[in-house]
Design a protein around this ligand. Structure first.
Ligand SMILES: NC(=O)c1ccc[n+]([C@@H]2O[C@H](COP(=O)([O-])OP(=O)(O)OC[C@H]3O[C@@H](n4cnc5c(N)ncnc54)[C@H](O)[C@@H]3O)[C@@H](O)[C@H]2O)c1
Length: 304
């Protein structure tokens, strides 16, 4: 993909910046981020001649004008308050950020000419406790956290506002994303950091809680395929390999020569116990089946 004008919201975050790095050499990118939970500094955007940075909250009412002026051919909406526990402590903040922010972005996109929109939702949070595994896209949606509710509402707004427009769009529901450049509040980088420092690792629950994980480069590749094909779809993006948290602990422990035992704590409100996402639509529709194995991805993350 070449010479496209792209807007990435939340482009200083883990996923947004990974997409930026992949696309910046051959395209023009405007990153919008309010520096609220960024892992990257804005100079890493403006160091590129094709990169532009706008420090702004996605709820700001100058967004429409910014979008009209930049006139993007692709918008990838990653900005969000992403912390599940924080969403339980401060529901209003998450609601304004994730729902009103998404509404504002959609209102700024809907009248653009020939623009393709991607909404990054969350497969781990919108379905709630699964009634079967792996969870496919038609599974009922019963989010148990305010974060999950806000992501589901973002999907509904995307469908409502853009189906009344000429914009093609897709909604991606990633499972747990991991890889180099992630905030240390997320489980894998947190374990790695603590183990490297020989500090205590705390696990919520007894370690048997499971998730499926997707390596960041795989997700970026999937997003690139969507940008190229511009298809309308709502799909899970996952490796569909269920892994217990204790298995991740044990693998990292071995790799990092860590010799302490974990401390087990009570489960946290808002977190799902076991979930894995059916990825057959991803494989069928986007022809993506080249998943990085968890072991390989973890080693790359450790060495980054
Ligand atoms: N990390 C995961 O495992 C995961 C899984 C599923 C879905 N997602 C979704 O993927 C997207 C990206 O997640 P991430 O892991 O990169 O998160 P992140 O926290 O690393 O990045 C989010 C970025 O958005 C910015 N931001 C937040 N609120 C903003 C606002 N109101 N205005 C402007 N900028 C704002 C932050 O400063 C940050 O740079 C999110 O929408 C998240 O819900 C993430």
């Amino acid at each position: 993909m070449k010479e496209k004008k792209i807007i990435i919201t939340g482009g200083l975050g883990f996923l947004g910046f990974s997409i930026f790095k992949k696309l910046i050499n051959e395209n023009y990118i405007l990153v919008i981020d309010n520096l609220s939970s960024n892992v990257t500094q804005k100079k890493f955007i403006t160091n590129y001649k094709n990169g532009t940075f706008c420090e702004l909250n996605i709820t700001n009412n100058s967004m429409l004008e910014i979008f009209e002026q930049y006139s993007p051919e692709i918008v990838i909406h990653c900005a969000a308050q992403t912390n599940v526990i924080e969403s339980m402590k401060n529901p209003t903040k998450t609601k304004i950020n994730n729902i009103e922010g998404t509404r504002n972005i959609l209102e700024s996109v809907k009248n653009l000419e020939n623009c393709y929109f991607i909404f990054i939702s969350s497969g781990g949070a919108i379905y709630g406790e699964p009634s079967y595994l792996p969870v496919d896209e038609n599974h009922e949606k019963n989010p148990i956290s305010n974060y999950g509710i806000s992501k589901l509402k973002g999907e509904l707004l995307t469908k409502k506002i853009l189906s009344e427009s000429k914009i093609n769009y897709s909604i991606i529901r990633p499972s747990n994303i991991y890889g180099p450049g992630q905030k240390t509040e997320n489980v894998i980088p947190k374990f790695i950091k603590l183990m490297k420092n020989k500090q205590e690792v705390r696990i919520f629950g007894d370690g048997s809680s499971s998730r499926d994980y997707i390596y960041i480069d795989d997700l970026v590749e999937i997003i690139l395929k969507l940008c190229k094909t511009k298809i309308n779809c709502t799909i899970n993006a996952s490796s569909n390999k269920e892994t217990k948290i204790i298995e991740i602990f044990n693998f990292l422990k071995k790799q990092l020569n860590y010799d302490l035992k974990p401390t087990f704590l009570n489960d946290r409100k808002g977190e799902i116990f076991n979930i894995s996402l059916d990825n057959s639509n991803l494989i069928k529709i986007l022809n993506f089946n080249n998943f990085t194995t968890l072991k390989k991805g973890l080693i790359k993350t450790i060495n980054s």
